[in-house]
Design a protein around this ligand. Structure first.
Ligand SMILES: Nc1ncnc2c1ncn2[C@@H]1O[C@H](COP(=O)(O)OP(=O)(O)OP(=O)(O)O)[C@@H](O)[C@H]1O
Ligand SMILES: [Mg+2]
Length: 275
């Protein structure tokens, strides 16, 4: 007879799945020539977790996002997505690249929104949004177009489906870029200073769209922003970077109000003074 305190134990596989981080950096090194930007970098992001990276200009925040997006070559260590190696794996004690097919497959789970929007200028808004779902995920045109219209409605741009990006304001272009990223149903959304290139009066509407995405989906987010109130609202965790390392990390209320490290205090002091 089991005692009343005994609980059914989860299967080992279920336990492992629950604990596998969505993103893991292990001993990551990134150098550009002789410039070592990231060194021995370790961190994990859990499923559905929203993590904001803060740190001085040049500390490597964009590089981290671009590595996850496979837009930069990893020069050392390993990155795992859902426990699977993204660029290299260890085989017989050697670090070897993963297959292009494997990487392409993992890459479909990751979406990124850039500071400079990066829309395809020769395509309409609708074409921008349906391109990858059709050509990368193999969705039918009908399904991709229906989803694109849904997303355009969510970002308040239903009337712009057939416009070209160049005819849109910066705020509108960024809302299209968000819709384009979400059209892939990403598990991971990477946001790199998505409001930095916008006029101040439209920053709020873009951030509100992202707040809504955070509230209504379980997408894992890795965010770089100077919008500290946004970071405080949406993040579960804030990581302070400097010199290629995580200086400290914790819940936003802790990092923003009572950071442990002088480096974080000085950085936040400067950022908050400028805003
Ligand atoms: N393509 C590149 N070639 C050479 N060096 C690069 C390249 N991209 C980034 N770097 C260098 O890597 C370092 C980190 O750059 P990164 O853009 O990641 O910083 P950041 O933290 O995003 O800064 P910011 O807050 O200004 O956006 C910098 O020293 C930068 O000069
Ligand atoms: Mg940057």
């Amino acid at each position: 007879m089991p005692t009343p305190t005994e609980q059914p134990s989860p299967t080992p596989a279920a336990t492992a799945a629950a604990e596998t981080p969505v993103i893991e950096f292990r001993d990551v090194e990134k150098r550009f020539g002789d410039n070592v930007v990231l060194k021995d970098l370790d961190f994990t992001v859990g499923r559905g977790e929203r993590v904001t990276l803060i740190g001085p200009s040049g500390s490597g925040k964009t590089t981290i996002l671009r590595l996850v997006m496979t837009l930069e070559e990893l020069t050392g260590g390993y990155i795992f997505v859902d426990g699977e190696p993204l660029t290299h794996e260890e085989r017989d004690g050697r670090r070897v690249p993963v297959s292009k097919k494997h990487q392409k497959n993992l890459r479909t789970r990751i979406g990124m929104v850039f500071q400079q929007f990066n829309l395809f200028p020769n395509m309409t808004v609708l074409e921008n949004i349906v391109e990858a779902p059709i050509h990368v995920l193999g969705r039918s045109k009908q399904e991709a177009v229906a989803k694109a219209h849904d997303l355009l409605e969510q970002v308040g741009l239903s009337d712009k489906a057939h416009a070209h990006p160049t005819s849109l304001s910066g705020g509108q272009q960024q809302r299209v870029a968000i819709a384009r990223a979400l059209a892939m149903d990403p598990e991971i959304l990477l946001l790199d200073e998505v409001t930095s290139a916008l006029d101040p009066e439209v920053v709020g509407e873009v951030l509100n769209i992202l707040r809504r995405v955070a509230e209504t989906t379980d997408v894992t987010m890795l965010i770089v922003t100077h919008e500290m109130s946004f970071a405080r609202d949406v993040s579960h965790k804030v990581m302070m970077f400097d010199g290629g390392h995580v200086v400290e990390s914790g819940p936003p209320e802790k990092i923003f109000s009572e950071p442990d490290h002088d480096r974080t205090k000085a950085f936040l002091g400067a950022v908050l003074r400028d805003t």
